[in-house]
Design a protein around this ligand. Structure first.
Ligand SMILES: [Zn+2]
Ligand SMILES: [Zn+2]
Length: 650
């Protein structure tokens, strides 16, 4: 028996017999670990726990707490669901069934034009539970391409045949679960007994391979857990998420609306939403000016040539809004999908010396991209949106400083908006696949180093992903977690060697020679639409005071006090405090309740006593009575609070 060396994440090395499995390794460490382990990474690739390891490798064991562990669990659950579906609907065809952020889905086509309903999902769930309790084993089988094609040919599943067609012979594996066989690379759990709680969540239509010209399949979403309590907590979180849905709150607070007549995916910002958005914009504009950005403006369209030069036509052309023709033969314009090309042309409007770099152009630029109607979702997936965009043109030796400055801006924003939980990801190129990327080795090394050092100097804990960089440069992403623990990708800082080359951008260096500047794309919010959506779901519509469209509502206890309410309003208006009066002829209790629902931060009750003492009775949203204050004291209290919310001392 030969011996292999296994290296663990803490760099310790242990010797095992050749052919040992992930499960055996876990058991050799502790029986408790063996009970919890779900899959194993072998040299960075995730494997089944039962697959024999035959050479010296590095490993990492994955439990439920790890992303990889959950993926293995949910991936395995997708097979279990497929098995149940096949039992209930013989002849069903399967597309793809991957794990996702929260659970898994499978795209299916039911036999004979049958349709799945929510009621059917309950039956499928029951079947899954029954099968799971049988402790079925996931069995891996390597198979030749011919055998694979024969199997699914006989079964008549054209979707799987299409997938197999694209695979290389010798790299194909099947997994058997009970009587169900699937084409799959793995990995899976050892058996189904770990799947203790199951919930099928929803149904949706999904075009095969995301192609609108191809058949629409039924997408079944589900989630599973190793414990019932985890499922209960998850469902509770879903309920809360429903309450915080930005589409619901956006409607209640009259922030934005949509009109089929205007067009799907084109948000209409109502007065209160516009105010909120303006506040966010001026907040960021102010910060950016402090950091040396220069605001610019560009039109919503550009010639097709512009996007051929930038390369965006290849990416957005055929699948997006089509070019507009003009009365001039052959002249075509496009709605802009990106602001960068316009900014490159701005940079080119005059020669630049190395001394005047960096040039930082900032624009709240509205762009248009065609999303399939099935993909549209409130403000998070739209067809027209405004990016808080900026492009920095700098020398390679300035990259690190620029990164630090952008990081500062992003952290300032997170603080002012109460996003305290975030993940930072650095995406680098794959050094073993250099042909995939443009730009010189030297530049890549410099920029990757700049990003890593910038995050280190800011004391940030970043995850590094090798091979995740864009072909034109490395990047840094900020992913925030909202109060429900959901992850949202926000600020991105992206280095770009491609556009400076395509647009032939240059500056004159200290050596009097022409050099190419490096370009950085960055958008801390991403887009105003998506950011407002995230902010609504994070705060449940209870915005920080500085951002609330209405900050104060005055509630006179009866008509008699309307004049005094008017006086308070004028007083607060002089302090730029956004105030309104509830003049409705309703009981005070009802007025308080209604205004609480509108999530206005402060309610001022005015009656006999207040008029006499020239005070207001202050109620804070969700926290009740705060006692009475003079008008001046209240105004100053609010102003200080706003200032505190926006101050960031690190
Ligand atoms: Zn699988
Ligand atoms: Zn850009």
């Amino acid at each position: 028996m030969s011996i292999i060396k296994i290296k663990f994440p803490d760099n310790s090395v242990k010797e095992y017999e050749k052919g040992i499995t992930g499960y055996d390794i876990a058991e050799s460490i502790s029986p408790a670990l063996a009970r919890e382990v779900l899959s194993i990474s072998v040299n960075g690739e995730i494997w089944d726990l039962t697959r024999p390891i035959v050479s010296d490798v590095s490993v990492k064991l994955h439990k439920w707490e790890d992303e990889e562990g959950k993926h293995t669990f949910w991936h395995s659950s997708a097979h279990l669901m497929a098995e149940a579906l096949e039992k209930l609907y013989p002849g069903i065809k399967f597309g793809i069934g991957p794990p996702i952020e929260q659970g898994f889905y499978y795209d299916v086509e039911l036999p004979g034009n049958q349709i799945l309903t929510d009621a059917d999902l309950v039956k499928v769930e029951e079947k899954m539970k029954e099968l799971a309790s049988n402790k079925e084993v996931y069995q891996r089988k390597e198979i030749s391409k011919k055998e694979a094609l024969d199997f699914f040919g006989q079964k008549g599943d054209e979707y799987k045949l299409e997938l197999i067609d694209e695979l290389e012979d010798g790299s194909i594996s099947f997994y058997q679960l009970g009587e169900f066989t699937d084409l799959c690379r793995g990995p899976h759990l050892h058996d189904t007994s770990k799947i203790k709680a199951i919930k099928l969540l929803s149904l949706a239509g999904a075009y095969w391979r995301g192609d609108i010209r191809r058949k629409q399949l039924t997408r079944v979403y589900g989630i599973t857990f190793p414990k019932q309590k985890m499922l209960d907590d998850f469902l509770e979180m879903l309920e809360q998420a429903k309450e915080r849905d930005h589409r619901k709150i956006g409607k209640e607070l009259e922030l934005f609306t949509f009109s089929q007549k205007v067009g799907a995916g084109l948000p209409l910002w109502l007065p209160k939403g516009t105010l909120l958005r303006d506040k966010l914009e001026s907040f960021l504009k102010e910060v950016q000016v402090r950091y040396g950005y220069e605001p610019v403006l560009s039109p919503h369209i550009g010639t097709k040539e512009l996007y051929l030069t930038s390369g965006h036509y290849d990416k957005y052309g055929k699948d997006s809004f089509q070019p507009m023709k003009t009365p001039v033969e052959g002249e075509e314009f496009m709605l802009k999908p990106m602001n960068c090309p316009h900014h490159c042309e701005m940079y080119k409007s005059k020669p630049h010396s190395y001394k005047e770099l960096p040039v930082r152009y900032a624009e709240f630029g509205t762009v248009y991209r065609y999303e399939q109607s099935g993909e549209l979702h409130g403000l998070t997936r739209v067809r027209g949106f405004t990016q808080d965009d900026a492009h920095i043109f700098c020398r390679p030796d300035q990259l690190k400083d620029e990164f630090i400055k952008v990081i500062d801006i992003i952290l300032y924003i997170f603080n002012a908006l109460d996003f305290n939980d975030y993940i930072i990801q650095i995406s680098l190129r794959d050094p073993n696949d250099k042909e995939k990327y443009i730009g010189s080795d030297e530049n890549w090394e410099k920029s990757e180093k700049a990003i890593i050092e910038a995050t280190r100097e800011k004391g940030l804990d970043a995850i590094t992903e090798i091979g995740e960089a864009a072909f034109y440069g490395p990047k840094l992403d900020f992913i925030v977690k909202d109060v429900l623990g959901r992850k949202w990708q926000l600020g991105t800082i992206q280095v770009d060697y491609n556009l400076p080359e395509r647009f032939e951008l240059e500056y004159i260096g200290a050596d009097n020679q022409k050099h190419q500047p490096v370009m950085i794309h960055r958008a801390p919010f991403g887009s105003m639409e998506r950011f407002v959506a995230i902010l609504i779901e994070h705060t449940g519509g209870k915005f920080p005071l500085w951002l609330a469209p209405d900050q104060v509502v005055i509630i006179p206890v009866s008509e008699k006090f309307n004049d005094y309410a008017e006086k308070v309003l004028n007083f607060l208006n002089n302090y730029d405090i956004r105030t309104l009066i509830d003049l409705r002829n309703e009981k005070v209790g009802k007025k308080i309740r209604d205004n609480e629902l509108k999530k206005i931060p402060f309610l001022l009750i005015v009656g006999e006593k207040e008029v006499e003492l020239e005070t207001v009775s202050v109620r804070k949203q969700g926290e009740g009575d705060q006692g009475s204050m003079s008008l001046k004291k209240f105004a100053e209290f609010l102003k200080n609070r706003e200032k505190e919310e926006l101050s960031f001392n690190e």
